[in-house]
Design a protein around this ligand. Structure first.
Ligand code: CU
Length: 140
């Protein structure tokens, strides 16, 4: 009997500790893609405009809760972050919370990976996540 009560208490604690923010659903066919640059592009000087595309969903600024919308994030030289919590905000994870679909990027010489990931009003990836292919660019 004591074991049984302990199990119930443990379950209650887990429920309280669960994230309050849940991922917004993404509609079928939703897709993010990098319009430019293309995979393998060599970019002299490392400065370029990144153009971001989105299919079957709309772009809305961060903080705006509207179904089937989100804002873009660019992941530079990193793998996808955990998909059940807010996307980190650092030099490897850029947020475009004003709803931008093209941004000026500057990268140092080297080989870099770029990948887009859509986030909802609270910067959490949708379920299922809406992301682009990961591409590689080269800055000579
Ligand atoms: Cu964000």
């Amino acid at each position: 009997m004591t074991m049984c009560i302990r199990a119930v208490v443990a379950a209650a604690i887990v429920a309280i500790a669960a994230p309050v923010l849940a991922a917004e659903p993404s509609p079928e066919g939703a897709k993010a893609y990098i319009i430019w640059p293309g995979d393998g592009t060599v970019i002299k000087g490392g400065k370029f405009w990144l153009r971001m595309g989105l299919v079957n969903m709309g772009v809305a600024p961060a903080g705006v809760e509207k179904p089937e919308t989100g804002h873009h994030h660019l992941i530079i030289d990193a793998d996808l972050p955990p998909l059940d919590e807010p996307i980190p905000n650092d030099s490897n994870h850029l947020h475009f919370g004003k709803g931008q679909t093209e941004v000026r990027i500057e990268l140092p010489p080297g080989t870099h990976t770029l990948q887009m990931l859509l986030g909802d009003a609270n910067h959490i990836p949708h379920n299922p996540p809406v992301q682009s292919e990961k591409i590689t660019i080269v800055v000579p």
